[in-house]
Design a protein around this ligand. Sequence first.
Ligand code: ZN
Length: 326
Amino acid sequence: MLPIYIMEILSLYPTLKETIWGGRSLIDDYGFETDGDNAAEAWLLSCHKDGPSFVMNGEYEGKTLAQVIAEEGEGVLGTNNIGKPDFPVLIKLIDARDKLSVQVHPDDAYAREYENENGKTEAWYVLKCDEGASLIYGMKNSLSRDEFASAIENGTLLDDVNVVAVKPGDVVYIPSGMLHAIGEGILLAEVQQSSNSTYRVFDYNRRDKNGNLRELHIKKAVDVVDLSTVDVDFSATGDKKISGGAEKTYLTGCEYFRMTLVETKEGYEDSATDESFVSLLVLEGEGELRSDEQVIALKKGSSIFIPASFGKYSICGELSILETRT
Ligand code: ZN
């Protein structure tokens, strides 16, 4: 039998993004380096052209994740992703010192037609919040499209949305079409479709550092927004399960991704199957990832890409990890 070549496990470094609402936690607490005054977002698992992730270890060191996948072929993404037009997910840490714009994202059909990329369904796992932190989550009042457009124009839209208090551990699932905004004083991990299509409807009349208002995209937002009212429930979808030395809590998922919180006191074993690659984002703790050939140090903010079909790997240490599979 021919030996089956399997790409090694990748440790990734993010692109950092400065914005008018970003804080300094990702620089001061996570140790990411940037020339910017703040780091609003760290794109920790990204093949998106607007912010790639870079390999820090092994034979691919210095290449982008997208370059490695182009060289190795889509087999490393797993059978669930064969033939998809883009890399399926984009995983970020987001540090909102100030509030984000009220926004909505298109679905796949609309984004393919108007933006030439994926639509954007996303989910947040809340890591840290200031006392009294809240976010905007869907419609409180059911409006027609005309009423929605008028509410934007009249500056009364915030009267019609849900403003919901959040706490660490909350899980917030945001399908494309749902109006939303992260509030001030929130640090969270985000898993989303690989897409950068955002339609802003309200930006609190803020100006950027050059004194300009940021662009709004009201016509497109009116096209794609889902105006039905929503029930608010930020609890994890699944129960805790003990498996391979870890406590695993299924947080949320959809056709694009499945998010699991993995908590371990000493370590655990797991595997990457043929269906999907595995992304591990370390939320807390220190330790090591080990396979037959590799040892990779893990700390808060580490982002690991394990190719599909890799098979077994083990994790040592006391760690809290956000695991994403497609
Ligand atoms: Zn969003």
